[in-house]
Design a protein around this ligand. Structure first.
Ligand code: ACM
Length: 268
């Protein structure tokens, strides 16, 4: 399976230009699964509810989902992309990722662990950690700050995810290294698509750290992009290698867990 990342600096509020940029990048790549950054079509730092209302879209049905769906079908690829979602049923906004396969819309993930001022605008995700089938591989999704909670990757791996896609807008310096451990401790492939550039809005000045990467099973870093450049990469991986969880003849990652001693983890 050819998995890829595209990192760029979205222009805040300019969905048209961000979509065009992503479309141009994806149309040049041959991949089975591409991951785009968190909130790739809107930018990150919202300043008002009105702004969020203007830029968030329904999933599916909104313009960003439709545009990505057209690319996924045309290129025969899966796409996982972060975007701002409006749910009219609940009248809530979510920091979401849309999941598309080569034949169209598969589903969405709504970010569960919200970071910093995201809590002002978005509701915490209410759909859980789900696994989607894309081109024969089991694909799980988490978004950015979910990395800080190892339960996210663990739950996805226990649900069968072989590849975990992570759209990101990282501002802290540790995630890229931490994802190597998430891969090692779950024997999964971790694909992080982070953005680059800065945003100065809402009395904040945030620099995003790029270094989008693909970590293969066993915590093997296969590729990491630079911290500033707009770039893409596609790497061949074998998701079947994520099925066997044995560490050696005596140890197996999942069978050796002792959940009877982990009860504090599931207390609220
Ligand atoms: C983040 O979750 N965007 C840091």
């Amino acid at each position: 399976m050819r998995v890829g990342i595209y990192q760029f600096a979205p222009e805040f509020g300019d969905i048209e230009s961000n979509l065009n940029k992503a479309e141009a990048a994806l149309s040049q790549l041959e991949a089975d699964l591409m991951v785009l950054p968190e909130l790739f079509s809107t930018g990150y730092l919202f300043e008002s509810r009105e702004e969020l209302k203007r830029l968030a879209e329904e999933i599916p049905g909104g313009r960003t989902t439709r545009a990505l769906e057209a690319i996924a079908r045309k290129k025969g690829m899966g796409i996982v992309a972060g975007m701002a979602e409006y749910d009219p049923q609940q009248d809530k906004y979510f920091n979401s990722a849309v999941v598309l396969g080569p034949s169209g819309y598969l589903g969405k993930y709504r970010k569960i662990h919200l970071f910093y001022k995201e809590k002002k605008w978005f509701a915490p995700g209410d759909l859980g950690y789900q696994v989607f089938e894309i081109k024969g591989a089991k694909v799980g999704v988490m978004i950015c700050f979910d990395w800080f909670f190892p339960e996210a990757a663990r739950v996805l791996a226990l649900s069968g995810a072989q590849v975990v896609c992570q759209p990101a807008n990282l501002v802290l310096p540790w995630c890229q290294q931490a994802m190597i451990t998430r891969s090692l401790e779950n024997n999964i492939i971790c694909v992080t698509a982070n953005r680059v550039g800065r945003e100065v809005r809402d009395e904040e000045d945030l620099g995003f750290t790029g270094q989008s990467q693909v970590v293969d099973v066993g915590g093997v870093l296969r590729f990491r992009l630079g911290d500033q450049d707009e770039a893409s990469a596609v790497i061949e991986v074998d998701p079947a290698r994520a099925i066997d969880k044995s560490i050696n003849v005596h140890n197996q990652l999942f069978n050796d867990r002792r959940p009877e001693w982990y009860q504090n983890i599931i207390k609220s």
